[in-house]
Design a protein around this ligand. Structure first.
Ligand SMILES: *[C@@H]1O[C@H](CO)[C@@H](O)[C@H](O)[C@H]1NC(C)=O
Ligand SMILES: *[C@@H]1O[C@H](CO)[C@@H](O)[C@H](O)[C@H]1NC(C)=O
Ligand SMILES: *[C@@H]1O[C@H](CO)[C@@H](O)[C@H](O)[C@H]1NC(C)=O
Ligand SMILES: *[C@@H]1O[C@H](CO)[C@@H](O)[C@H](O)[C@H]1NC(C)=O
Ligand SMILES: *[C@@H]1O[C@H](CO)[C@@H](O)[C@H](O)[C@H]1NC(C)=O
Ligand SMILES: *[C@@H]1O[C@H](CO)[C@@H](O)[C@H](O)[C@H]1NC(C)=O
Length: 437
């Protein structure tokens, strides 16, 4: 998820971004205990796409804003994406996988890429999106309902809704409502043409252009309501290599990333490490509703320090599990302790507003506790050898700081060490530690 803000450049385009509270039509599924240990046949390998920092102009541009405001709290650097193909009538549309939003959107020709604060009149902005959908939507379009989302980093997408059969992981969501984007500013990775939103129906109307539009079922909801799968999906994100991994290895486990529907992905994990924790209502992030909207869970505690000398902070912060965020974002007061525990300590780099440590620094332990089990971040996710500063001597830390009362995110840098199960039927998340890969 890119954190939604309430006012944005998109407002100038007539996209209103409003937070509304509403009752939801979502009915909870029958629940069955025990099915989750099985690997599902409905899994799909995800490409992991690492954007080399030297190619990532928008990172600098985004950070310029942040430095102006003297705060790193809005840093939202996406340098690793997980991608699957959606199949629509035989057209393969690569999309970024996101658990922090619910709408699935794709661009469709013709579309325009517009930046409202573009400073280079001599050339057009490049949204970094692919060609997108080419033909007409077989299920038609939704009359008079526009789609619009604006994000904290200045990006936005807008368009309309339509219906199409969407196939992924061997499952077809029939007559699926999708957002079709024809006007956007986006920091694309040059490969994808849209985004697969895997969160709850509640989020489909939360900040749309038309605040009175009814909720609709996102793709995953359609799949389980149509009884094609149990109401659960899972993912195993594998650490991206230094360069783009175009074709994941066909063999199981190593370095392949998976998205799985109805059960587990085919990866090795420590079966003794399973932990479960309830998915929290939106009130956990101070919204005035008990509805479930996002994969918010309570981190019972965090531990940090050098091995043998760990400090526990038992403040039970809510955290968002977000595969669409590369970095994890945690309260500044906690992250400052983590930065200080690097040897030598991490330091702030004003060129992009993030913290770095020497690439050969001694990396501390850092773990988060759910269901009384502590899951440690991998050292290679805490100090990311593939994301370096311009000198090449400093490596980016995989956890960045946000305000103590802000939105906390466990992103790719956490998810790379676990199998994560999103169980909508039991209203809980489960995690198991991946076997080192
Ligand atoms: C800085 O923050 C202020 C308010 O917090 C906001 O109005 C302004 O647009 C921000 N500046 C930039 C460059 O983002
Ligand atoms: C859409 O809006 C137009 C113009 O306001 C109106 O004539 C038409 O009946 C509307 N269609 C639907 C399906 O609401
Ligand atoms: C996008 O689609 C909407 C709805 O069909 C239309 O009103 C708008 O003009 C389109 N914008 C562009 C840039 O094509
Ligand atoms: C343990 O870590 C704390 C800081 O978290 C430090 O002050 C203390 O000296 C360390 N103790 C040992 C024995 O290293
Ligand atoms: C945990 O962090 C909070 C917020 O920074 C702080 O107030 C509290 O003292 C910390 N607790 C421990 C045990 O370090
Ligand atoms: C964690 O352990 C404590 C003490 O053993 C127990 O009371 C509590 O219910 C456990 N919590 C979970 C989520 O398992």
């Amino acid at each position: 998820m890119r954190l939604t803000r309430l006012t944005s450049p998109a407002a100038a385009l007539g996209i209103t971004v409003v937070a509304v509270t509403r009752a939801t039509a979502f009915t909870r599924a029958d629940t069955r205990v025990g099915f989750y240990d099985a690997v599902t046949p409905h899994y799909v390998a995800m490409d992991s796409h690492a954007v080399p920092s030297s190619h990532d102009l928008h990172v600098r541009r985004r950070d310029a804003r942040i430095v102006v405001n003297g705060s790193s709290s809005l840093v939202n650097v996406h340098d690793v994406y997980y991608i699957i193909d959606l199949d629509m009538r035989g057209e393969k549309i690569p999309v970024t996988v996101d658990t922090g939003s619910s709408d699935t959107w794709v661009v469709k020709q013709p579309y325009e890429c517009i930046s409202l604060d573009w400073e280079h009149p001599e050339r057009k902005p490049n949204c970094g999106l692919g060609d997108g959908l080419k033909g007409d939507l077989s299920g038609g379009v939704v009359a008079n309902v526009s789609f619009g989302r604006a994000y904290v980093d200045g990006t936005f997408v807008s368009g309309y809704f339509g219906y199409e059969d969407v196939t992924l992981a061997g499952l077809t969501a029939k007559h699926q409502r999708l957002a079709i984007v024809n006007s956007t500013y986006w920091y694309g990775d040059g490969r994808t043409s849209g985004l697969l939103g895997l969160a709850y129906p509640y989020m489909t109307s939360l900040d749309g252009a038309d605040a009175s539009q009814p909720l609709y079922d996102p793709i995953f909801t359609t799949l389980w309501k149509d009884k094609l799968i149990d109401p659960v999906f899972s993912m195993a994100l594998s650490r991206a290599a230094d360069q783009t991994v175009k074709q994941p290895a066909a063999d199981e486990g190593h370095e392949t990333s998976y998205l799985a529907f109805g059960g587990l992905p085919p990866v090795s994990y420590d079966a003794a490490s399973w932990a479960r924790t309830p998915i929290l209502p939106m009130s956990a992030i101070n919204m005035d509703t008990q509805e479930l909207g996002l994969y918010l869970i309570r981190a019972e505690s965090f531990v940090y320090g050098q091995k043998g000398n760990l400090t526990t902070n038992g403040t039970a912060w809510p955290v968002l599990i977000d595969a669409g965020s590369t970095l994890s974002v945690l309260p500044r007061s906690l992250v400052d302790k983590l930065y200080a525990a690097f040897d030598p300590p991490a330091k702030y780099m004003s060129f992009n507003g993030l913290f770095y440590a020497r690439c050969d620094a001694k990396v501390p332990e850092f773990g988060v506790t759910f269901g009384n089990r502590t899951f440690f971040f991998a050292k290679e996710d805490l100090l990311r050898q593939s994301a370096r500063d311009p000198t090449g001597e400093y490596c980016r830390i995989g956890v960045t700081d946000g305000p103590d009362d802000g939105s906390n995110v466990l992103g790719v840098t956490f998810l790379s060490s676990v199998v994560a199960v999103f169980d909508i039927g039991l209203h809980e998340m489960r995690f198991a530690s991946r076997v080192a890969y």
